[in-house]
Design a protein around this ligand. Structure first.
Ligand code: PEP
Ligand code: MN
Length: 341
């Protein structure tokens, strides 16, 4: 249920209503909007609960949440959510730009990448230290050493660090170094991991599973939100189809659809979405044109030498040229893309 507070309701009234919700055995999520505050009451509800909440001081009305996902739903919060993490801002008119290599390989590689993507207008640095690889024999990442290199790159550039966490027992360690915890496509339905990132004070980039429906993506986000972490970004990174020309199929309509269903920001990953560097620049520009709240792009100083995903990574000049096009398109559609350069 959504408990819609009156415009003039005081903070004490909101607090009191939230306590009342908890006393009824439901979980209360207070969501402060620009227009008014609502409380999402989650749990097994009964009709008499609605009646008793309707008479609480400051309450305007109590309405059911129709969507299966609750806190993520636009019904609960009609205005878009802006997620901030260090230098990164994603949502509500701001298209954040997360760029960097697939994997952290050594300090020189990550620092060089960070400086170049920042100069081109990126607002965050990506780089995997824990890599979820299809084969156990592929490079698995530098783990904590890689995280330290990412922290060095942040010190040198001021860019927020986005990096993947693959297991709940690693969340504390990765959170020590990262500004944003990335949940990879293969882990979208690892519910214990989602709960674990829901309990830390770090923004989360949740990638869509290659075979997951959009409702499943939103319900996965709900696991994180339900633990109290409201800084969740959704990421479309392509789905598995019969098409074999691209690594995955990148459905850009996901952005528009998700904007209708959720207040959470939506990030597009054209690198994994296409799997070919030659297709990435146009997909970045297209994502900005349709109002994506962010793009995450694999960029490498020497793509041919990359230890993972080199074939879909942009070199530094191509990324800089792509950013120029993205800024021009953002300007035309009334958005801001990345940082001014
Ligand atoms: C990545 O970002 O390098 C990655 C492994 O992405 P995904 O989980 O979308 O495959
Ligand atoms: Mn990759």
């Amino acid at each position: 249920m959504i408990i819609v507070m009156k415009r003039e309701a005081t903070e004490a009234m909101v607090q009191h209503a939230a306590e009342k919700v908890e006393k009824l055995g439901l979980k209360a999520h207070v969501i402060v909007g620009t227009e008014r505050t609502v409380i999402a009451a989650i749990g097994d509800k009964r009709e008499e609960m609605r009646e008793s909440l309707e008479t609480v001081a400051g309450v305007s009305k109590v309405v059911p949440i129709l969507a299966p996902y609750k806190v993520a739903s636009r019904e609960v919060k009609p205005e878009p959510t802006l997620v901030k993490a260090g230098s990164l801002e994603v949502g509500n008119g701001m298209c954040g730009v997360i760029a960097g290599p697939c994997s952290v390989e050594d300090e020189e590689q990550i620092v060089k990448s960070a400086k170049a993507v920042k100069a081109a207008g990126a607002t965050a640095l990506r780089g995997g230290a824990f890599k979820p690889r299809t084969s156990p024999y592929s490079f698995q990442g530098l783990k904590e050493d890689g995280l330290k290199m990412l922290a060095t790159a942040r010190e040198e550039t001021g860019l927020a660090v986005v990096t993947e966490v693959v297991a709940s027992e690693d969340v504390e360690l990765v959170a020590k170094y990262a500004d944003v915890l990335q949940i990879g496509a293969r882990n979208m339905q690892n519910y214990r991991l989602l709960e674990a990132v829901g309990r830390v004070d770090r923004a989360v980039l949740l990638k869509r599973g290659p075979s997951a429906s959009i409702d499943e993506l939103l319900l996965a986000a709900e696991y994180i939100l339900n633990e109290g972490n409201s800084r969740v970004m959704l990421c479309e990174r392509g789905i598995r189809t019969f098409e074999s020309h691209t690594r995955f199929t990148l459905p850009l309509a996901t952005v528009t659809y998700l904007h209708q269903k959720t207040h959470l920001p939506v990030v597009i990953d054209p690198s994994h979405g296409t799997g070919h560097a030659s297709l990435v620049p146009d997909m970045c520009v297209a994502a900005v044109a349709i109002g994506a709240d962010g793009i995450i792009v694999e960029v490498h100083p020497e793509p041919d030498e990359a230890m993972s995903d080199g074939y879909q990574s942009l070199d530094l000049p191509t990324f800089a040229a792509t950013m120029q096009r993205c800024r021009a398109v953002a300007n035309a559609v009334g958005l801001k893309c990345g940082a001014d350069v």
